[in-house]
Design a protein around this ligand. Structure first.
Ligand code: LMR
Length: 394
């Protein structure tokens, strides 16, 4: 049997991680995988996470199964964090999933059951695992224009023109905030136009929100998702806790499905639990319990929010430093977009051969489409990167 196997396509981001590890150069700079790093290159366990873990260790007296949907308290806490009061709880079905990727996977599986012929529309570009999972599941997909490689902002006219081709019942995948891989985001006015168009087309939104708190703040980053959730009868939201709680390896995420009413919610909830059972049975609990403990304890929550704000402001500083340095070196405002982008990533908007040059000649690792993880920089490496960008002729 196993002789029938052939190698699967490598994930671009994970392949880059491996290449970076193998590079013996000490001055190498990792701007690859989307993991937050502090100025020393460490990905810390957040203070509130440590404290919540201590409390859980002291108090927990069973490791028996939770429910198939995970602990309902996690679902409730995450619904409030992401959706606030935008939709009534009676309309929101939710299941805990192994990370945000698990939530995306379950969302797609749900679509496959409910609407097998739907086409999933993805921004061009998007997180490479989106099309990869859709292809793996044998579902239909299409792309809408998103990134303007001249301005490095959103090609909004192109986006609207492409979304005009969406058919009734199609799914449009939107990034809730901090677009991955570009860092270019829609304004609230633009998202309202997208909502109006999608309502006219009777399309259904699937929102991927993996970086809440990394862009303009916890509430500001949820605005687009909340607007969308309150504007449609049905909507799917995949949220990740990996980044904003720094619990990457705990695999903590949630899929929320906004239903038309309480009856529809009940059957959706049952389907989501069924899907968890088929795919992995009970979802991981530890990370979810940590998140719930933090969100429901005012002191821990305040400390988590404060640390998250520091992380966010640190990335904004790095963006500004890099834009300033490039302004100085090039005597132009060509790279000012770096300070306007939000979240962990910015797409530099250069060619794969220049990305390769940056890696080979300067030890700078970014994804081949020129996505940089801004959190991989520090005050020392910002000038190094700026110089290399200029030397490589970006
Ligand atoms: C990324 O885009 O780098 C992160 O979401 C990590 C991953 O799993 O790809």
């Amino acid at each position: 049997m196993l002789e029938n196997l052939t190698p699967q396509p490598a994930d671009k981001i994970l392949a880059l991680m491996a290449a970076y590890r193998e590079d013996p150069r000490s001055e190498k700079v990792d701007l690859g995988v989307g993991v937050y790093k502090d100025a020393t290159g460490n990905t810390p366990v957040m203070r509130a996470v440590k404290e919540a873990e201590r409390l859980i260790l002291a108090d927990q007296n069973t490791k028996a199964y939770t429910g198939l949907a995970g602990d309902p308290a996690f679902g409730d806490a995450m619904r409030k964090l992401v959706l606030a009061e935008s939709v009534p709880a009676e309309r929101v079905a939710a299941v805990a999933t192994p990370g945000g990727t698990g939530a995306i996977r379950q969302a797609l599986e749900l679509i496959k059951i409910a609407s097998p012929k739907a086409t999933i529309w993805l921004s061009n570009p998007t997180w490479p695992n989106h099309p990869s999972i859709i292809k793996y599941l044998g579902m239909k997909m299409a792309e809408y224009r998103y990134f303007d490689s001249e301005t490095r902002g959103v090609d909004f006219a192109g986006m609207l023109a492409d979304l005009d081709k969406v058919a009734e019942g199609d799914i449009v995948l939107l990034h809730g905030c901090c677009h991955n891989p570009t860092g270019a985001n829609l304004t609230l006015d633009q998202i309202n136009q997208v909502i109006t168009l999608m309502q006219k087309k009777r399309a259904i939104p699937l929102v991927d929100i993996a970086y809440q708190g990394f862009g303009d703040g916890l509430d500001a980053d949820a605005q687009v998702t909340r607007h969308i959730a309150s504007s449609f009868d049905n909507c799917l939201i995949a949220a990740s806790c990996s980044k904003n709680f720094g619990v990457y390896r705990e695999r903590t995420g949630i899929l929320m499905a906004v239903a038309k009413d309480a009856d529809q919610k009940a059957v959706t909830q049952q389907n989501l639990a069924y899907l968890n059972r088929q795919n992995f049975s009970f979802p991981p609990d530890h990370g979810a319990r940590v998140v719930t403990t933090i969100l429901n304890d005012p002191e821990l929550r305040a400390d988590w929010e404060a640390e998250l704000e520091d992380v966010r402001n640190g990335m904004l500083d790095l963006r500004q430093q890099l834009a300033d340095e490039l302004r100085r070196l090039t005597n132009s405002d060509r790279f000012d977009f770096l300070a306007d982008h939000r979240g962990m990533f910015s797409r530099l908007g250069t060619t794969p051969d220049k990305v390769e040059k940056l890696r080979a000649e300067h030890g700078i690792y970014m994804v081949g489409d020129s996505r940089m993880n801004i959190a991989g920089l520090n005050a020392e490496t910002v000038p190094v990167l700026a110089k290399a960008i200029v030397a490589a002729g970006v």
